[in-house]
Ligand binder design. Structure first.
Ligand code: NDP
Ligand code: 2IT
Length: 447
């Protein structure tokens, strides 16, 4: 075993021992450490000051009981969380997820990743994540409202515009942010930018809704252009049909590519004619407004619906936009076998480590989530700025800012990830994200 892999092994063994039963968190830390440990090999100050070890420990994690009453008068109990991971370069910032699979492990992986992602945006934001095992599926609006109010009744004491600024994630969109912001305002008697992703009437920013999906495709476009290629005519396989997937699909279409698939937890639709703006509008109504199942799209447009995930559909580019670990090693191999030459991750950590290794070994363009989906939190950062200054920027200004931030992220990853005549975007993103946070931590001494 080489010195490097030996120290990686020792580091990961320590992380696993201190955090038993948290496989998603172990996975996220291992993926980052595999880039950082070789990088700091000849930079003893980061080792002496135990920077990586300190970054793998959240500042704090709170869990709390969330009680609410359903429409039948039954008392229901869920668990709420906020993991405040690292505030070295700005207030904690990151989404809230409502999904039955939410655990401390999932939120720690997301909070850890968020710290690097937020650093990459170039904006002053630390990393955090929160959520609950509450399942919004099948709940009435009133049930969702009562849950959100109860959740915020506890969460409000841990957050603040200069302390911790949550936003949306899986299961948390404009509706939930509205209910939570209303409750925060009521409890504290303060109208401040304590959440992002707000409605435009009460301090939200234009293009926040579109920003993550658009940004994921800007990252892809930047990678393709850097390699002398482009989006025009590419066949794209997308998973998910929520916020991120929808606007990723829209941007692909606008840039001249063809979107073949979208999915939800019941399966995927395969539309060889391509998902255009009109079909996408139907999808938004189906999934975001009526909260229906994706099979209805196949019935409406006469295309195929399959159970499972879309990674066996031949494509040029894969854009996973649903959830973590949705591309296994075998599915990565299937994508490669069918000619996939680029992957841009809209979801957080959608590819298992074996899948990442397969993409890296094949030398395809691979944009890891912390770089590829940073456009969402970047526009959240711009929403915070607008709220602090009590102004609203125009749409074209924000579009330009988002494009510029994604170009800077690409170029920063390319600079740190240059290996011979190729770019290792995974190493580039990890190292570029690390350096800024690490140097701030060095400046603070032992805290
Ligand atoms: P949404 O809740 O809007 O949509 C989630 C989509 O993914 C739905 O189609 C959902 O299907 C599907 N999905 C969720 N969990 C699973 C699962 N376990 N198995 C299969 N399908 C699943 O969430 P977002 O679009 O906001 O988030 C998607 C991903 O993007 C997440 O990884 C999130 O962390 C990440 N992300 C989101 C950002 C944002 O700004 N919203 C920013 C950066 C990253 P169904 O409808 O059946 O549940
Ligand atoms: O994973 C993410 O970056 C998000 N869910 C968005 C976080 C934010 O604060 O906008």
């Amino acid at each position: 075993m080489s010195v490097r892999s030996d120290s990686l092994e020792r580091f990961i063994t320590g992380v696993k021992k201190r955090n038993p039963g948290e496989p998603e968190f172990h996975q996220a830390v291992e993926e980052v450490a595999a880039s950082i440990i070789p990088y700091i090999q000849d930079k003893p100050i980061y080792q002496e000051m135990q920077i990586l070890e300190r970054m793998a420990e959240p500042d704090r994690a709170v869990t709390f009981r969330v009680c609410w009453e359903d429409d039948n008068g039954n008392i229901r109990v869920n668990r709420g969380y906020r993991v405040q991971f690292n505030n070295s370069i700005g207030p904690y910032k990151g989404g809230i997820r409502f999904h039955p699979t939410v655990t401390l492990s999932v939120l720690k992986f997301l909070g850890f990743e968020q710290t690097f992602k937020n650093s990459l945006t170039g904006l002053p934001m630390g990393g955090g994540k929160g959520g609950s095992d509450f399942n919004p599926k099948g709940k009435s609006n009133n049930e969702v409202m009562r849950f959100c109010q109860s959740f915020m009744t506890e969460l409000n004491r841990h957050i603040g515009e200069n302390t911790d600024v949550p936003a949306g994630d899986i299961g948390v969109g404009a509706r939930e942010i509205g209910y939570m912001f209303g409750q925060y305002k009521r409890l504290t008697n303060e109208f401040v930018g304590v959440l992002t992703g707000k409605g435009l009437e009460f301090g939200g920013s234009l293009i926040r809704t579109e920003a993550t999906g658009y940004g994921t495709i800007y990252m892809l476009d930047n990678m393709l252009q850097h390699a002398g290629n482009g989006m025009e005519g590419k066949n794209i396989v997308i998973s998910g049909s929520g916020n991120v997937a929808t606007y990723a699909a829209e941007k692909c279409h606008q840039l001249g590519a063809k979107v073949l698939t979208m999915s939800d937890s019941s399966g995927f639709i395969h539309d060889p004619a391509g998902i255009d703006e009109e079909k996408l509008a139907y999808m938004v109504d189906l999934k975001q407004v009526r909260r229906g199942r994706i099979k209805e799209y196949a019935d409406k447009f006469g295309c195929e619906f399959h159970e499972g995930r879309p990674w066996n559909v031949p494509c040029d580019v894969a854009v996973p936009c649903a959830t973590q670990n949705e591309i296994s090693g075998d599915e990565a191999a299937a994508l490669l076998k069918n000619g996939c030459m680029a992957v841009s991750e809209g979801a957080n950590m959608p590819t298992e480590l074996t899948g990442i290794n397969a993409f890296q070994d094949a030398g395809i363009l691979y944009a890891p989530s912390k770089a590829a989906n940073a456009g969402g939190v970047a526009v959240s950062g711009l929403e915070m700025s607008q709220n602090s200054a009590r102004i609203s920027w125009k749409e074209d200004e924000l579009q330009d800012l988002l494009k510029g931030i994604m170009k800077d992220i690409h170029d920063n990853c390319a600079e740190y990830g240059q290996k011979g005549d190729k770019v290792d975007y995974l190493a580039g993103a990890n190292i570029a994200g690390f350096v800024k946070v690490a140097d701030a931590m060095l400046a603070y001494g032992v805290v």
